[in-house]
Design a protein around this ligand. Structure first.
Ligand SMILES: [Zn+2]
Length: 336
């Protein structure tokens, strides 16, 4: 019997170093210590031995049991201490790159515009998306029943509460808060009850600018927009004004940049005109100043507005405004 115990000990000592994973260690435990294991068998058979032999064999068998148990415990400890990626993984393989998100192209564009205007000294101003009719229309010289209201296709929440159709109410709120000189841009989301197509969305983003001080002129407006155009599209881009109408500016213009893609010769982006319409602008109407208690005899100012989607479509050559809102990763990743 003692001979058998010695043989088992040698077998265990030989097998232990090879048991380097959880499965092999468990196999050793089953072989030696489980209910039908070899050491257990010997211990269980002790009762059938003569008293003298029992003492000696019992001692050796118990020593073996302890040796096996502590050997297995140690092997399990070592296994736990090993870093997970060294157990079954070929650590010489190149790692898997973690997937990284990025800013949406609209947000990237907005940040770029903000940076350009901040360099020119404009501050940021924000206002609520849910707006009062007074701020969205009345203070901006849209009287009730003014036909220009129809152009805006407004989402009304209550009779005098609506989703703002432009960021111009932020200009009014800013002028209520501050005395001239005022120089702000107002990026934000706006809402129109539009039929959605490649160039129209019901929710889109505008950035408007407002500059009010003594002796601000149309030349300042054109200079500001020209500087903006050059920062965005390069040194050779020019600005064109054409007469337009907005209730809150007088005179009003639509402004276009000369096409940076073809140098004005005509191409697909500018629809062969050499010019790309960017937005609307003008000198702030004296009625708007009266609504916020600015003296129109003393102060003049200009305002301009543009669509952030429009700029992003030009910068990233995105042909359809709906692509911005579909969250297709292929498009989003292309701009990161
Ligand atoms: Zn062109």
């Amino acid at each position: 019997m003692l001979e058998r115990i010695r043989a088992l000990r040698e077998a265990f000592d030989a097998a232990l170093p090879a048991a380097t994973d959880a499965e092999a260690i468990e196999a050793l435990r089953v072989r030696f210590l489980a209910r039908k294991g070899e050491v257990t068998g010997i211990l269980r058979g002790l009762g059938q031995l003569a008293a003298e032999e029992r003492k000696e064999v019992g001692k050796a068998a118990n020593e073996l049991r302890q040796r096996v148990q502590s050997g297995i415990d140690q092997a399990l400890e070592q296994l736990k201490a090993q870093p997970a990626d060294e157990r079954h993984v070929d650590i010489t393989l190149p790692g898997r790159r973690p997937w990284r998100g990025g800013l949406h192209p609209l947000r990237q564009t907005e940040l770029r515009l903000i940076e350009i205007f901040q360099t020119m000294g404009f501050d940021l101003a924000y206002g609520p998306d849910v707006e009062l009719d007074d701020y969205n229309f009345k203070a901006l010289n849209f009287p009730d029943d003014h036909p220009a209201r129809d152009l805006h296709d407004t989402f009304y929440i209550e009779k005098d509460v609506l989703l703002r159709t432009h960021t111009s109410p932020v200009q009014v709120r800013t002028m209520e808060r501050l005395k001239p000189p005022v120089r702000v841009i107002t990026p934000g989301r706006v809402y129109r009850c539009e039929t959605i197509d490649a160039s129209h969305a019901a929710v889109f983003h505008q950035l408007e600018g407002l500059y009010v001080d003594e002796r601000v002129s149309m030349a300042d407006l054109k200079g500001t927009l020209a500087a903006f155009a050059r920062s965005l599209f390069g040194a050779r881009v020019g600005v064109r004004f054409r007469p337009d109408f907005f209730p809150f500016t007088e005179p009003s213009v639509e402004f276009a940049f000369s096409c940076a893609f073809c140098g004005g010769k005509g191409c697909r982006v500018c629809k062969n005109s050499g010019w790309i319409e960017i937005g609307g602008a003008g000198m702030v109407d004296p009625e708007v100043f009266r609504a916020v208690d600015y003296d129109p005899e003393r102060f003049t100012g200009f305002a301009f507005g543009l669509g952030i989607e429009r700029i992003a479509m030009l910068l990233y050559e995105i042909p359809d405004i709906r692509f911005f809102f579909e969250n297709d990763l292929r498009l989003l990743e292309a701009t990161w």
